[in-house]
Every structure is written in structure tokens, then in C-alpha cells.
Design a binder for this molecule. Structure first.
Ligand code: PHE
Length: 490
């Protein structure tokens, strides 16, 4: 048993990871909140944007968010087989900081290059840092779950800081200052990680044991893939390949869905799982669909909902017009406030033997999403009569979405750690991030459809969201009967 209790009763290495993740999320969410606003901002004015259509800007946003989480899968593979998790996190953090600094250059030509860097860096950092958290604890250490809860707090403190600082600088002073602030935040994270990495000890230090000649082969393939990838990206950046954002986003969504579907199918049919493992896998598949659907609405916070905040919401508070991105810190603040309450509710229900099954909890998450979009449809109707409307509608929407997040996100993660076939654990975590990737691209596509034509296009899309959540929630509830005996028996 690990006796290290240097950080709130947890191993002191958790502090290093806490602060690294905090700065990384500060930079990620801070920059992300500016992205669509910058891309759709008009070319003229004191803070010129890129003048893109809402459709294209949202599609690029979707591709970006999708890529960030998709890259977690190869990032995990590289850490497992080549770098070890500690080095992967360091390299990732440096690449992310460089990406934000490239975005800070006040020209448009380097914009996409900056995004590519942030995507690749996050791929190396985000999943691997969560893996090291788990490695800090011995196999039977009961503190692991609460370690993850503390870690989740760092995510939300980080995003609050990001919205606060980057949105203010980006919107009120100049977009590129906001991007630069994200870079400085991540640079603090890098510095801190280098200073205190030794506190991690051997957690996540080495890649998997294997024959060195096998590793050399892996390294060769990785280098080759990197060269190919940069060649393709280079051609895109130089304009040698024309990329139609909307078409690309649609194809990317299909691609991710096929990859995830094929992987589940492979595991189910060819991985030699026992009947009980297969049933668990089906449960995770159902949860996967619920999670992807969930994020497709949730991640519209920095797409359609941000545009609604900018164009149709009164943002004045005591004579000061707050930055649009400030509304988004409703989410992390509500997370920190309500997380203990949700944990308490589940624990209480478990004590009286009424703990809802996993699909039911996911269905609850989706029902909160459906209600949040009902609130938005109402707000849109008000705005059609007289805009701008008050901020309370968006705040209420974020409150409901946060409740949804708390019913689904932490529980989903622990379900994946509990029900995954043990020898496929790393890849199963990758699948959990793929659900976020699919959700992210869909958020860009749906957000684009919603904002293509002012308010008149918002209502039908948000109404569709309500129906789509209701249908999936009902399916999950129906499925829960199938899995009832499963959870009880395990
Ligand atoms: N707020 C969470 C985070 O940034 C959202 C999330 C959950 C993202 C699961 C990816 C996967 O970490």
C-alpha cells in the first residue's frame, strides 16, 4: 500500500498531474471559446476575425474537437509502446504550448498550423495523464476513485481560468492575445511539470516491456506515419489540397463511427472474449452511443450557443458588457458545486438498494440534455419576438447540461474501467475518448446547421436535438432491462 499522502491525503505526484491538467484545460477551453467567434468575426472592425460563414466555422470547430479526442488513441499507443506516459505528457504539453503561440501570431496564414499542433499535443497529453493518475495508486488502493474526482476538479478549475482570461483578452483586446494567454498558461504547466515530474516516481515512466527489436519496428512505423501525416497536412496548409470544411467534417464523422463500430465488432467477434465479457462489451457499446450523443449537444457551448450568446443575448452586467465566453464558466462552476451532491445522491440510492443501472444514469444525462434544449427553444422564441434576451436562459441551459454531465461523464469513465475486458483496458479508454470525438464533430455539424440562417434555423435544429435525446434515452431505458441482472451479479 502506498503510504504517500502529500496531496490532500493522496500521493504527492497527484499535485504535479493536477496542475499540469489544470493549465492544459485552461489553454484548451480558453482557446476553444474563442475559436468560432474568431472564425466568424467580420474582417473589418477593431478586432478583425476571419470572416468565415457560420457553417464553415462550425464545421472546422467540429473537426478540431473531433481530432483532439481522436488523437488520444494514437497518443496512448505511442506512450504504451514507445515513450512511456510521463514523456508523452511532457512532449504533448510542449507541443500544445507551441500551438497556442503559433495561434498568437496575428496573421491568418498560420492559424491552421497552430490548430494542428494543439491537436497533436493534446493527443499525447490528455489520455496519458489520466492513465498516470491511475498508476499512482497500488492495485488495492481505495483512494483511486477519489483521486480521479480531485483530478476532475483540476479540469474544471482550469477551464474556469481559461474562459475568464482568454475570453477577456481575446474578445476585448484582440483574438491573438487570447490565444497567446492560452500559450502562456500551458507554458506554466510545462514548467511546473518539469520541476515536479520526479514526484511521480515510476508511475507511467516506462513503456510496456517488449523485445527491443519489436520496439524498433514500432518506432520505424511511427516515424513513417508521422512523415506521411505531415506531408498530407503540409499539402493542406499550402492549399495544394482543397478542403471543404463541411464535407470533411461529415466524412470524418462517418470515419470515426466506422472505426469505433469496427473495433467493437472486432472485440466482440474475434478477441476471444468469454460470454460474460461479451455481455459487458455490449453494455459499454450502449453507453458509448449515449456518450457520443451527449457530447454532440454539450460541445455546442462553444459553437451554436456561443453564437446565440453573441447575437441574441444581453450581456451587460452593471453597465459592463461581459465577454461572450464568460457565460461558459457556468459549466465548471456548476460542476464543482454539484459534483459532491450527485456523488451523495448515488451513494444514498446505493445504500437503500435503489441505485439506478448504468444505462438509466446515462438516460438521465440525456434527459437533462433534452430539457436544456427545450429551454433554448423557448429562449429562441423569445428572441424572435424581441432580442436580446436575458442571460438567464443560457445559464439555465448550462445548469441542466452540467447535471447531465454529472449523471454521465464520471460514471461512464468508471464503467469503462470496470467492465472492459482487462487485457484491452488501454484501448477501451481510447474508445471512451472516441465517443467524445464523435460528439465533437457532430456538435460542429449540428451547430452549423443551427446557425446557418440566423434564428430561423436554430429552432428546428434544437427541436431535433430534443427528439433525438428523447429517442436515445428511451432506448437506453429499454436496454437497461437487458443488463439489469448483469450489474447486480458483478
Ligand atoms: N470536461 C471534460 C474534460 O475536458 C469533458 C470530457 C470528458 C472530455 C470525457 C473528454 C472525455 O476533460
Amino acid at each position: 500500500m502506498n503510504k504517500d499522502t502529500g496531496f490532500f491525503g493522496h500521493p504527492i505526484g497527484l499535485r504535479t498531474l493536477f496542475l499540469t491538467e489544470m493549465w492544459e484545460r485552461m489553454s484548451y477551453y480558453g482557446m476553444r471559446a474563442l475559436l468560432v467567434l474568431y472564425m466568424t468575426g467580420s474582417l473589418a472592425g477593431f478586432n478583425p476575425g476571419m470572416g468565415l460563414s457560420a457553417m464553415d466555422a462550425n464545421a472546422i470547430y467540429g473537426i478540431y474537437v473531433g481530432m483532439v479526442y481522436f488523437m488520444v488513441v494514437p497518443g496512448g499507443w505511442i506512450a504504451d509502446n514507445i515513450l512511456g506516459h510521463q514523456k508523452a505528457v511532457l512532449l504533448g504539453a510542449i507541443i500544445i504550448a507551441l500551438g497556442h503561440f503559433i495561434l498568437a501570431i496575428p496573421v491568418e496564414q498560420t492559424f491552421f498550423l497552430g490548430l494542428v499542433f494543439v491537436v497533436l499535443g493534446t493527443g499525447l497529453l490528455k489520455g496519458n495523464i489520466s492513465t498516470i493518475v491511475g498508476n499512482l495508486y497500488g492495485d488495492n488502493d481505495k483512494r483511486r476513485d477519489s483521486g480521479y474526482t480531485i483530478f476532475y476538479m483540476s479540469i474544471n478549475i482550469g477551464s474556469t481560468l481559461g474562459f475568464l482570461i482568454c475570453s477577456y483578452l481575446g474578445e476585448k483586446i484582440g483574438w491573438h492575445y487570447g490565444f497567446g494567454a492560452a500559450g502562456i498558461g500551458m507554458a506554466f504547466g510545462v514548467y511546473q511539470y518539469i520541476q515536479f515530474r520526479h514526484l511521480l516516481g515510476s508511475a507511467g515512466e516506462f513503456p510496456n516491456d517488449m523485445d527491443e527489436s519489436k520496439r524498433a519496428g514500432y518506432i520505424k512505423w511511427t516515424k513513417l506515419s508521422l512523415v506521411l501525416m505531415f506531408a498530407v497536412i503540409g499539402c493542406g496548409l499550402l492549399g495544394l489540397i482543397t478542403i471543404e470544411p463541411r464535407v470533411f467534417a461529415e466524412n470524418f464523422a462517418y470515419f470515426l463511427t466506422i472505426v469505433a463500430g469496427a473495433y467493437f465488432l472486432y472485440l466482440y467477434s474475434f478477441a476471444g472474449l468469454s460470454p460474460s465479457e461479451k455481455k459487458n462489451l455490449l453494455l459499454l457499446f450502449v453507453l458509448f452511443i449515449g456518450a457520443a450523443a451527449f457530447w454532440s449537444g454539450f460541445d455546442q457551448s462553444a459553437s451554436s450557443l456561443s453564437i446565440f450568446a453573441r447575437d441574441y443575448t444581453d450581456l451587460s452586467v452593471a453597465g459592463f458588457i461581459i465577454p461572450i465566453g464568460w457565460l461558459q464558466f457556468a459549466n465548471p462552476i456548476f460542476v464543482v458545486t454539484f459534483a459532491p451532491i450527485f456523488a451523495g445522491i448515488w451513494a444514498h440510492l446505493a445504500r437503500i438498494n435503489m441505485d439506478p443501472s448504468l444505462p438509466i444514469k446515462f438516460a438521465i444525462g440525456l434527459i437533462f440534455m433534452a430539457i436544456s434544449f427545450m429551454v433554448m427553444v423557448y429562449a429562441v422564441q423569445l428572441a424572435m419576438v424581441s432580442a436580446p434576451v436575458g442571460m438567464r436562459w443560457l445559464l439555465l441551459t448550462y445548469l441542466l447540461q452540467t447535471w447531465g454531465e454529472l449523471a454521465l461523464s464520471p460514471i461512464g469513465l468508471s464503467a469503462f474501467s470496470k467492465y472492459s475486458p482487462k487485457r484491452y483496458m488501454g484501448q477501451m479508454f481510447g474508445l471512451w475518448f472516441l465517443a467524445s470525438a464523435i460528439g465533437g464533430v457532430l456538435a460542429g455539424l449540428l451547430g452549423g446547421d443551427a446557425t446557418v440562417d440566423g434564428l430561423s434555423s436554430v429552432q428546428p435544429i434544437f427541436t431535433f436535438m430534443i427528439q433525438y435525446y428523447a429517442v436515445i434515452a428511451v432506448l437506453l431505458i429499454a436496454m437497461s432491462f437487458l443488463f439489469k441482472s448483469r450489474e447486480k451479479s458483478s
